[in-house]
Ligand binder design. Structure first.
Ligand code: CUA
Length: 355
């Protein structure tokens, strides 16, 4: 469509190739900032920090964004000035060496090196914060083991009778510091709850830890942040921060064994669970089932999601999940256990009673 093939497009002829590229970059930059700011306030946003640690990360981010944005706009301004100056010089007596320019460039290099050193220092300090450097003993010890594709969450205690295990949910009390020990049962995963903490890898054969001091009550979402196989995307962690009394009530409930079946139907469900393969992988405290390969189930129905955030915790979803686990989450390690229709219904009713 061009009048002269091989000639630069009209816009480029008018502004020059450098200015067109700079304009494009400027538009992308502004779009990225708008995109980042629009994510503010979500359950999985690092822009609404809800803990001391995410606050430290947020401060680093704010400093970097403002410093880099100012510098970027300054560089664009200088570029525009340089283009204008060169054109003027070419039109008149030709380009001349300007000693002022050399000094300005040297000052610029010093400024950039100084800024980068400052960034390294503040990142280092924020990282120390994340890992509890200099902190006193934590109020709460939690161990999270990542598995393909779910999170095993163990609340540790010196008193063994006060330990319990849950899955895909992490509850924390506000204004108390928790030390989260991170392990992996298979491949490398990454723990990331943007509103509460930075990313930390869970590496097989190695133990990492992050510290979290939540300052805001609320519901947050964590997500595995390291590609770990087919269902990496469906590896979410439901995080809830509550006031201490509510947290203590939840913990007391979790420490109790599973409730006994309340009706004949759910009693049948419990029997189905006991005699089929379910107990090989799952534990229901208070019953003989003690498998450790899959999530603990004594309080399954008190959770908000199923299959690591893939499905809502509802009867229909649970029934579908048990009937064909490979449909909603292909490749996961839960096999379909063949059950008669009546048995499957009773089993689901029983599991829905485990609050
Ligand atoms: Cu676990 Cu990605």
């Amino acid at each position: 469509l061009q009048a002269h093939p091989g000639a630069p497009p009209r816009r480029q002829r008018r502004f020059g190739a450098e200015s067109t590229a700079a304009m494009k970059r400027c538009v992308v930059f502004v779009a990225l900032i708008v995109f980042a700011l629009s994510a503010q306030g979500g359950v999985q946003s690092m822009l609404s920090p809800a803990s001391d640690q995410s606050d430290a990360i947020d401060r680093v981010w704010q400093i970097m964004v403002w410093a880099c944005s100012t510098l970027y706009l300054f560089v664009l301004g200088v570029l525009a000035w340089a283009i204008w100056r060169r054109r003027r010089a070419l039109a008149s007596e030709g380009a001349r060496h300007d000693p002022m320019l050399s000094r300005a460039l040297a000052a610029w290099a010093v400024l950039v090196v100084g800024l980068l050193t400052w960034f390294v220092a503040i990142s280092f300090l924020a990282d120390r914060r994340l890992h509890g450097a200099g902190s006193e003993a934590p109020d709460l010890d939690v161990r999270i083991t990542a598995r393909q594709w779910w999170w095993q969450v163990e609340y540790l205690d010196h008193d063994v009778s006060r330990r319990f295990t849950t899955a895909n949910e992490l509850r924390l009390p506000r204004d108390r510091t928790a030390r989260i020990e991170l392990r992996s049962g298979d491949v490398i995963h990454s723990f990331w709850v943007p509103a509460l903490s930075g990313k930390e890898d869970l590496v097989p054969g190695h133990t990492n830890a992050v510290w979290i001091t939540p300052r805001r009550v609320g519901e947050f979402r964590g997500q595995c942040a390291e590609f770990c196989g087919l269902q990496h995307a469906k590896m979410a962690l439901d995080v809830q921060v509550a006031e201490l009394p509510q947290f203590d009530a939840w913990r007391a409930r979790q420490l109790e064994p599973a409730s006994s079946p309340s009706s004949e139907r759910t009693l049948r469900g419990a029997e189905v669970f006991a005699r089929s393969a379910c107990g090989n992988c799952h534990t229901i405290r208070g019953t003989p089932s003690g498998g450790r390969t899959g999530p603990d189930l004594p309080h399954l129905a008190s959770r908000r999601t199923l299959a690591a955030g893939s499905l809502p915790m509802q009867r229909d979803a649970l029934a579908r999940w048990i009937a064909d686990p490979q449909h909603p989450k292909p490749g996961n390690l839960m096999p379909a256990v063949p059950l008669a229709r009546e048995d499957a219904d009773a089993l689901v009713d029983y599991l829905m009673e485990l609050r």
